[in-house]
Design a binder for this molecule. Sequence first.
Ligand code: SF4
Length: 323
Amino acid sequence: MREELLRVDDLAKYFSMTSFFSLFGGKGAELKAVDGVSFSIDKGETFGLVGESGSGKSTTARLITRLVDATRGKVHFEGQDLLEMPRSAFHKFRRRIQMVFQDPYTSLNPRMRVRDILGNPVKLHNIVPTNQVGDRVVELLELVGLQAEHRDRYPHEFSGGQRQRISIARAMALEPDLIIADEAVSALDVSVRAQILNLFRQLQRTKGLTYLFIAHDLSVVDYFCERVAVMYGGKIVEVGAVEELFNKPAHPYTEALVSAIPEPDPSREFRPRVLHGEMVNLIDRPPGCVFYGRCPIAEPVCGEVEPPLERKSGGRQVACHLR
Ligand code: SF4
């Protein structure tokens, strides 16, 4: 039976922009980085969030983990609203939601040895008694395919793939339920990328992890995720099971994204759909559909009325007047 772990409801982040007018007391413009995002993730599920740069994927992750304060919306984790609770209470939940970032070199302190990078959070959160922290560090290294002797090295002494393994070990140090992987394999070579994805899978099997997997590369999401939400201009435009959504995309933006996935079979035609027009201006966005300026099938109504994200057959959700 499916059990919901995370539910995001109408999440939004507007950044106010200092403008000529606001300097003189007028109303400053707002950049709507995330605007009314809703989705849910079940326990043990791998849920992808895809879209091009600036679509609001990473801001959504930062809102969930309260690294950025939300303008509005709710984030329920096991039924409790993370955004409503005091910081002290949130600290307890934060341990259960860990992030793995794109660039392990900048997310790992270059002046700390691996034993401290992994040992400090274990000590801080009292995961094991103090005299067992050293053993726990070795366990964590072995969990991610490294060895005990690696604990005395600094981050710069590792390859990119090994550094990402250390980042994953650091996330696992706090025994999380949910890992938010934000472009966690984007900077890695293709062969190393496959190894890290396999490590994520293995950890899911052995530790029962749930993933929110953020990526711009659809082939990675196709390989790794069960369901996916497609973001464009700070909004979710389509949600569905990966296989169905990639085989039969409904939203015109998803169609364009899917058409750009390289075709591994050279005998099959590869014709990526080129989008014309400009990305929507997130500052004082015009009314209507967020994809209106680039949509090849747009009609006049699209420029006036914003399409809601509506549930279709088979659990698919689509925000489009015509689909
Ligand atoms: Fe295109 Fe209109 Fe659908 Fe938006 S609502 S995706 S502009 S057809």
